[in-house]
Design a protein around this ligand. Sequence first.
Ligand code: AMP
Ligand code: MG
Length: 343
Amino acid sequence: MKKKPIIIGIESSCDETAVSIIRNRDVLSNIIIHQNIHKKYGGVVPELASRLHDINIVKTVNQAINLAKISKKEISAVSFTLGPGLIGSLLVGASFAKSFSMGLDIPLITVNHVQAHILAHFINNSNINNCSPKFPFLGLVISGGHTQIVKVNDFFQMKILGSTLDDSIGDTFDKLARILGFHYPGGPIIEFFSKNGNCKKFVFSKPLINGLNFSFSGFKSHVLQFIKNKLHNNPSFIKENLSDICASIQRTMAEIILEKVQKATLKTNIFRIALAGGVSANHDIRQVFISFAKENKKWEIFIPKKEYTTDNGAMIAITGLLKYEKNLFDSINVSPYSKFKNF
Ligand code: AMP
Ligand code: MG
């Protein structure tokens, strides 16, 4: 019987050092080390991030191998994030992966981080549906670095239909959270304080952007100005209305992306939608999509389990596996890239 391939996936594009081992499409281990140091700076400090990756990478790899109960020699290939991301951070993962591949004499596989967020849906039991979306489907990537609607025809045939013209949705969550006095990353904190809030209490205008692109900078300024004006009249405005402010911000963002995806389904006649990226961990955003799908029977929604939403090694390993099956290997001369490149 043919041996099932075992792939290691290494992710180091931002502030998570993450390593996962998968056998076939099953996750054997998925270790994520978060860099809490950035909290006090209000965002990721690139130099600190790369230094911490350097400190953490070897122990994260060892932990992932031990937890998977395999030996290094059983690993069939090493996959790692080549880009986009912070260049210093990417270099740490790339250097490690290259050495690992040379040392064990196994293939090296490069991974596009954004593509990997979408392909996470092909890990066994990775979403709440417990099955992978059929092709074609629409991938909605909502993360700290990206906001995109992608038409997915096959594993490696993806076309961007729309993306943000300025800030990402995750960055918008984080910046608005900062205005409210929260530390980085602020998305989960906004979600936390939204729980008992009234999402209809404050009405924020939504950006009017043609086509399938997004824009969040105007929305962000609008909320900022609104809060400043309120604080001028009542210095306790945030404290007295925190839950309602958070719930209203969160719901408006959910509606902005839902409306764009609605447009995309009508344009493409594809009604299968897979959410991906850190912001898809948000409970309200999930509910808004699930409720819409309940009322619109054509819609089929795929929502990743929380561990596969924010940056993780398993999404890199599954992309590595899918490339391994097609013999899509890379040379050790590849260089990381910081800006998004087309799929
Ligand atoms: P990623 O870039 O995929 O690792 O996702 C990180 C981004 O997701 C950050 O901007 C976080 O603030 C955001 N995020 C993570 N969890 C949540 C959540 N529950 N609600 C809103 N945003 C979130
Ligand atoms: Mg990401």
